[in-house]
Design a protein around this ligand. Structure first.
Ligand SMILES: [Zn+2]
Length: 324
């Protein structure tokens, strides 16, 4: 029992990294799951990917001591059941049981340590054990991508809260009765500054405009936010959206820093990676809003690019279960 498997299950793709006893990646895969997202289909895909990487690394399934599965959604506190995963359309799914039963169909006995981990907690833990905030015990992570999410490390421990919902910074309210949010409520910061909402707001402008630069933002895949970002300084309509979105995001982030007193603010996600103007505006506004004593010594770090931190964190948290 030497190896560990880390998975990341998103609404579009699933990924696996297989790690050896020294935490070197000895195999990896990425599969599109978008059209096959029932729990049984996803479990079958994950086990197929696992078998492939084990074959490639010339190890047996029985050599795996722990498997961690990072997944966006609300999870039960025992790390077995997905209570609600809107990306996948799952509610009250015991996915560990599903995964275990597909593992057993291979003829191999699954390891005792199989657990589900919130995807952002997995990412932050991965950064903590081997990434951008390695060894830093107090971190607030804010990820701005399609939506906005967060994760909190305090005293070297992930803060999960009573119902495993801590870190939902994207659903902090900034306007009473404000814009509708994907969570079903309204006025959340995500509804102003989340990627999907920024795209909608830019699309509304582009649709009404005869400016060729704005028209060019519309692509077959939707609005190109990175290009919109580069127009924020020269196109007042985009500038206004960026101004409002970064104001709200800065207030929420600064208040969280004042509340939690981390030594590092870790920022990541597609919008923060690809939209330099948006990122700079957010950080410039955030820092002065933090209470002075919590600002002293505060560093800002960029999350590691790519998928590595999430799978590393999920595998590491599962492996910790077998040591306890
Ligand atoms: Zn919300």
């Amino acid at each position: 029992m030497t190896h560990r498997a880390g998975f990341d299950v998103g609404g579009t793709n699933a990924r696996i990294h297989l790690f050896d006893e020294r935490w070197e990646t000895v195999g990896q895969r990425r599969e599109r799951i978008r059209d096959h997202t029932t729990p049984g289909e996803v479990a079958a895909t994950l086990i197929d990917m696992l078998r492939d990487v084990c074959t490639e690394a010339t190890i047996e399934l029985g050599d795996i001591e722990a498997a961690g599965i990072g997944l966006a959604g609300q999870l039960s506190t025992d790390g077995h059941t997905v209570l609600n995963a809107p990306n996948l359309g799952w509610r009250d799914v015991d996915f560990v049981e599903e995964f275990r039963s597909h593992w057993q169909r291979t003829g191999a006995e699954p390891p005792a340590a199989i657990r589900l981990v919130n995807d952002l907690n997995a990412q932050l833990w991965g950064e903590y054990v081997d990434g951008a905030v390695q060894g830093v015990d107090d971190v607030l992570a804010v990820y701005v991508g399609t939506g906005i999410g967060g994760a909190i490390l305090s005293g070297g421990q992930l803060i999960t809260g009573a119902g495993h919902n801590a870190g939902e910074i994207g659903h902090s309210k900034v306007v009473v009765g404000g814009r509708p949010c994907g969570c079903g409520e309204s006025g959340c910061v995500e509804a102003y500054a989340g990627g999907i909402h920024l795209e909608r707001r830019v699309a509304a402008i582009a649709n009404d405009s005869d400016d060729p630069e704005l028209d060019a933002l519309r692509t077959d895949e939707g609005i190109h936010l990175g290009v919109a970002d580069s127009l924020a300084d020269t196109h007042p309509q985009i500038g206004e959206i960026w101004e409002e979105a970064t104001n709200y995001l800065a207030i929420v982030t600064a208040n969280a820093i004042t509340l939690l007193n981390p030594s590092v603010l870790l920022v990541g996600g597609g919008v923060m990676e690809n939209c330099d103007v948006f990122r700079a505006m957010t950080l410039q506004k955030t820092i002065p809003l933090v209470l002075q004593v919590c600002r002293t010594g505060l560093a800002v770090e960029q999350a590691s690019p790519g998928d590595g931190a999430g799978v590393r964190g999920a595998a590491s948290l599962a492996a910790r279960d077998c040591q306890n």
